[in-house]
Design a protein. Structure first.
Length: 225
């Protein structure tokens, strides 16, 4: 199933790449993450549960953005599909056996390298909130949780990889849920011995929205970076 998924993700078209760049994902990050378009392969999915949700070959998500999801060891464990034409819609598929794997959008060899070299971690909610990477230190790692919460595997991953003096900057949405869950995430990390702070900002509901309003300068102003 892993190879079947990998083979179905093709390079972005010029239009899809323009969409992703316009939403704030740096070109270098696009390449690092391996984001592409879903092209239904010639053969049907070997996983019947996949076919029931997306079609035998993923016809239901054809030409959607496909964001590969990796385990810390580099193994593909799933994919996030995101419609980039028409109404927003996000669908997620996880390979069997990945329930206990710490899954972040943005976790890949490059981001792991920044962790190994001592960088801080910035946690955001969604893929386009990774636009915050335009203004944080280049030595730091930015990861998207997928939702406004930390899972047990994600918490244990951060506990394992962050040493003394490192900080997790929790940047969840500036709405009621994001503020509540951001505070909870900080407390959760504190309980396992990880230094964390809840980052509050102004100028928009989330980093992606701020980017759309004013690009890098708006992000820098909103986060005082």
């Amino acid at each position: 199933m892993q190879k079947w998924v990998e083979d179905a993700i093709e390079p972005l078209s010029e239009e899809a790449e323009g969409f992703a760049l316009g939403r704030g994902l740096p070109s270098t990050l696009l390449a690092e993450l391996g984001i592409g378009l879903w092209r239904p392969p010639a053969v049907a999915s070997p996983d019947s549960s996949y076919a029931a949700r997306y079609g035998d070959k993923g016809e239901g998500v054809a030409d959607w953005l496909a964001i590969p999801l990796y385990a810390p060891q580099g193994r593909l464990v799933g994919v996030t599909y995101r419609r980039w034409e028409g109404p927003k819609e996000v669908l997620k598929f996880r390979l069997k056996g990945s329930a206990k794997v710490p899954i972040f959008e943005g976790l890949n060899p490059a981001s792991l390298g920044r962790l190994w070299r001592g960088g801080d971690v910035w946690l955001v909610e969604g893929i386009f909130d990774l636009s915050l990477s335009h203004v944080i230190p280049t030595s730091d790692c930015i990861l998207a949780c997928g939702t406004a919460r930390l899972t047990n595997p994600q918490t244990l991953f951060l506990q394992r990889f962050l040493g003394r003096g490192r900080v997790v900057h929790v940047v969840f949405d500036e709405d009621a849920i994001g503020r509540e869950k951001g505070g909870e995430a900080v407390k959760r990390l504190d309980r396992v011995g990880v230094r964390a702070r809840h980052v509050r900002y102004r100028g928009g509901k989330d980093p992606g929205e701020i980017w759309e309003r004013g690009g890098k300068s708006a992000l820098a102003m909103s986060f005082n970076l």
